[in-house]
Design a protein around this ligand. Sequence first.
Ligand SMILES: Nc1ncnc2c1ncn2[C@@H]1O[C@H](COP(=O)(O)OP(=O)(O)OP(=O)(O)O)[C@@H](O)[C@H]1O
Ligand SMILES: [Mg+2]
Length: 266
Amino acid sequence: MSDKEIDRFDVKVDQERIREKDRDTLKVIESVFDFQTSMLIVKLMNKGIIKDIGFCISTGKEANVYHGVGYKGEELAIKIYRTTTAEFKRNWMYVEGDPRFKGYKKGTYSFIYTWARKEYKNLKRMNSAKIRVPVPIIVEKNVLVMEFIGKKERAAPLIREVNLRKPHKIYAQVIDFFFKLHEDATMVHADLSEYNILFYQKKPIFIDVSQAVLLGHPYAPVFLYRDIANINRYFGSLRVDVIPNKELYEQITGTVPSPKIMSMEF
Ligand SMILES: Nc1ncnc2c1ncn2[C@@H]1O[C@H](COP(=O)(O)OP(=O)(O)OP(=O)(O)O)[C@@H](O)[C@H]1O
Ligand SMILES: [Mg+2]
C-alpha cells in the first residue's frame, strides 16, 4: 500500500468508527472533548448551528479540526483550540499591537478565546474582501465553526500534498492573494506557507489565519516579507520562475524593504 492509500484507509476506518458512534452523538462528544468544550458544542447544537460532529480532520499544534454537519445538511469544519498548550505563549506578539484587541484580558483561557475570536474576525474581514478563505459561521469561546472546504467528508488537501500540474498558475493566484490581502483587507497573513493553503476545485484556499495582523501592526512588514520568502521558496522548489522576494515586496507595498525587514528578525 502506498502512503496515500494508507492515509485513505485510515480516514475510512476513522469515519466508520465515528459513524458507529454517531448513533449517540453526545457519547462521542463526551469521550473526545473536555467538559467545557462538550458544553459549548451542545450549546451550538441547541442554537441550531451544529447537528452532528464527526471525525477529526486534523490534530495540530494549537487546535484540532473536526468534521461536522449543520441542520441544512451542509458540511462544517469545527476548529477547537486546545485550552492547554504552551504554544500559545509565543502568540502574544500577534495580538499585542492589534487595536482590535486592545482590551483583552491576560490569563490563559481568555487569551485562547481571544485567539479564536481573532481567527473568526480575520476570516470575516478576508471574506468581505472576497479573498478565498473558509466562510466563518460562529465563534464561541475556543470553538470556531466555519465552512468545510471539501466534499462528502473528504477535506481538501494542502497544496503540498497535491501534484500541481500547473504550479505557475497556482503561484499567480497566491500572488493575487498577497495583493488583495494587502490592498482590500489591509492585512498580512503572517504564517503563510504550503502548510496553510488548501487546494480545492483547482484553486488555492487560504486557512489558519488566527495570527494574521492588520497593516498597522509593528511587525507587519517583517511578517509580509517572511510570507513572501516562504511562498517563493516553495514555488521555487517546484521550478516556478518566482518574482524575487524584494521585488515582490516592493510591488505589493510600493516601498523598498529595509535590511532589517529582509533579515526577517524582530
Ligand atoms: N475549513 C476547513 N475545511 C477543511 N479542512 C480544514 C479547514 N480548516 C482546517 N482544515 C484542516 O485542518 C488542518 C489544520 O487547520 P489549521 O491549519 O487551521 O489549524 P492549526 O492548529 O494551525 O494546525 P497546524 O498546527 O497543523 O498548523 C488543515 O491543514 C486542514 O487540513
Ligand atoms: Mg496550520
